[in-house]
Design a binder for this molecule. Structure first.
Ligand SMILES: CC(C)(COP(=O)(O)OP(=O)(O)OC[C@H]1O[C@@H](n2cnc3c(N)ncnc32)[C@H](O)[C@@H]1OP(=O)(O)O)[C@@H](O)C(=O)NCCC(=O)NCCS
Length: 194
């Protein structure tokens, strides 16, 4: 578990199950928010059926974000395993609006990166974020992501073009930020205490 110095909240990732569908659906109160977190993968309104399909994808690790002290689910996130030792962070959401902007997003991203590099053993993590999503981008930059100038995606929502930017962080970059020296350990996936 990683705790950011700016917030006292400790979070953990727990598997997202059908029992959690209602909570996620209750947070998605607009089509814009659904597209913001998931692009065009889902259609609004989100349904149990769509979420069941999402859960059935074997390359997808879907998580509840749990506030440890309160034993309460406060958000959602997905790690999607791609080819070539790369995974993608997706569907990142701090559920209640009143919980946003308090540093929880950064704690969550650090937790997802820890899981990706140390448990899944990937060499690079990427994500897509819409260019107007300042809090998202700031949060990712603070966690060590940088913009990948070679990849951009364009979608039209209600006639307006949404531009998604691609951001990446490599395992070497993550290790440096957290003073992890993997060469000192027999297990190449060893994370040390980040
Ligand atoms: C994006 C999201 C996960 C970020 O989590 P968060 O807990 O709100 O973010 P944090 O509190 O960690 O803030 C990260 C940084 O962004 C800044 N920030 C937040 N909102 C901002 C805004 N509207 N304008 C400018 N900066 C903003 C914060 O101040 C912080 O920077 P700082 O530490 O230098 O002050 C969360 O806001 C969210 O769930 N948003 C709705 C869904 C979404 O956009 N998901 C991401 C899809 S890619």
């Amino acid at each position: 578990m990683i705790q950011d110095k700016n917030t006292t909240t400790i979070i953990k990732l727990e598997p997202f199950t059908p029992a959690d569908f209602g909570t996620l659906i209750s947070w998605i109160d607009s089509r814009e928010l659904l597209i913001t977190i998931a692009g065009t993968v889902f259609s609004y309104p989100l349904t149990d059926l769509q979420l069941q399909k999402y859960l059935d994808d074997k390359k997808s690790y879907a998580f509840n974000v749990v506030d440890v002290e309160q034993s309460k689910t406060i958000g959602h996130a997905e790690i999607y395993l791609m080819d070539d030792g790369i995974c993608k962070l997706d569907k990142v959401l701090i559920g209640d609006r009143s919980n946003r902007g308090k540093g929880l997003g950064l704690v969550l991203i650090n937790e997802l990166l820890y899981y990706s590099f140390s448990r899944l053993g990937v060499r690079m993590v990427e994500l897509n974020v819409y260019d107007w999503n300042v809090s998202g981008m700031k949060c990712y930059e603070k966690a060590g992501f940088t913009l990948n100038p070679n990849k951009k995606m364009f979608t039209k929502t209600d006639g307006i073009e949404w531009v998604a930017l691609n951001m990446t962080i490599t395992r070497d970059e993550w290790d440096k930020r957290h003073n992890i020296d993997r060469s000192r350990h027999l297990n190449p996936n060893f994370s040390g205490s980040a």
